[in-house]
Ligand binder design. Structure first.
Ligand SMILES: Cc1cc2nc3c(=O)[nH]c(=O)nc-3n(C[C@H](O)[C@H](O)[C@H](O)COP(=O)(O)O)c2cc1C
Length: 215
């Protein structure tokens, strides 16, 4: 299966998952990760990368959300490896997606979103007021039992590094797409873990707002 066929199959699966079960609030992701990237060059994206803290209320269209998640941490090879590296390929980071409609978990192999909570929990992702109104808040969660390292200190270090690569992918995607974003560590980790229903070995590492710039 070549890359195009793989991505097509992933997209078909995503649509199938998105339509299954009328109760699901999870937005259906579309295939075609690179297709929405437009004409921006890597040089343009690097030039335009920045943190922004003012967001328009407009939600992200499904194809943009789809491209965002794929760029962040999608599967880009047939062996299941991702757009960001991870120490010993442990892939210990999960992305939770908090929107006005609810919280969803990014299933990268299926390129789909799974329901987590049918509540608007954006305010729980950060202590700064703009987090509650940014249309998308990504939360990067590490599973310490999967992370590389011999101690929890090492595992947290590697998980933090792995999270940084994902966050930078999001920064560059946003810069290429004219979206606003900021990565954030200023949240209450225990309250956020409880809101997301995380297990004792799961840690929220960083959150990241994404949306259209206010203007
Ligand atoms: C690990 C980390 C945590 C951060 N946490 C926050 C945060 O909680 N709130 C915030 O507004 N910005 C946060 N930032 C964004 C930085 O303030 C920002 O990157 C810095 O001011 C440089 O601006 P620039 O990204 O536009 O270059 C964080 C950045 C990093 C790398």
């Amino acid at each position: 299966m070549n890359r195009r066929m793989f991505l097509g199959a992933a997209g078909a699966l995503a649509l199938d998952l998105g339509m299954r079960g009328a109760a699901s609030a999870a937005p259906a992701l579309t295939p075609g990760p690179a297709r929405v990237l437009g004409e921006a060059s890597l040089a343009d994206a690097l030039q335009n990368r920045r943190s922004s803290r003012e967001y328009d209320a407009r939600p992200l269209p499904p194809e943009v959300l789809s491209g965002l998640l794929w760029a962040a941490w999608g599967v880009n090879r047939t062996d299941g490896r991702r757009t960001a590296p991870s120490a010993i390929n442990r892939q210990e980071i999960s992305i939770y997606v908090a929107t006005a409609e609810g919280v969803f978990l990014y299933d990268a192999p299926g390129h789909a979103l799974q329901d987590v909570r049918a509540e608007d929990l954006r305010a729980a992702t950060g202590k700064q007021p703009y987090a509650a109104s940014a249309p998308v808040n990504l939360v990067y969660v590490a599973d310490l039992d999967r992370a590389a390292g011999h101690s929890d200190e090492e595992r947290l270090l590697f998980a933090g590094m792995d999270t940084g690569f994902i966050s930078q992918n999001v920064y560059l995607f946003c810069a290429a797409m004219g979206l606003a974003t900021v990565v954030r560590a200023y949240f209450d980790p225990a309250a956020l873990a409880a809101a997301l229903g995380l297990g004792p070995r799961q840690r929220p590492m960083l959150a990241q707002c994404v949306g259209y710039p206010k203007g």
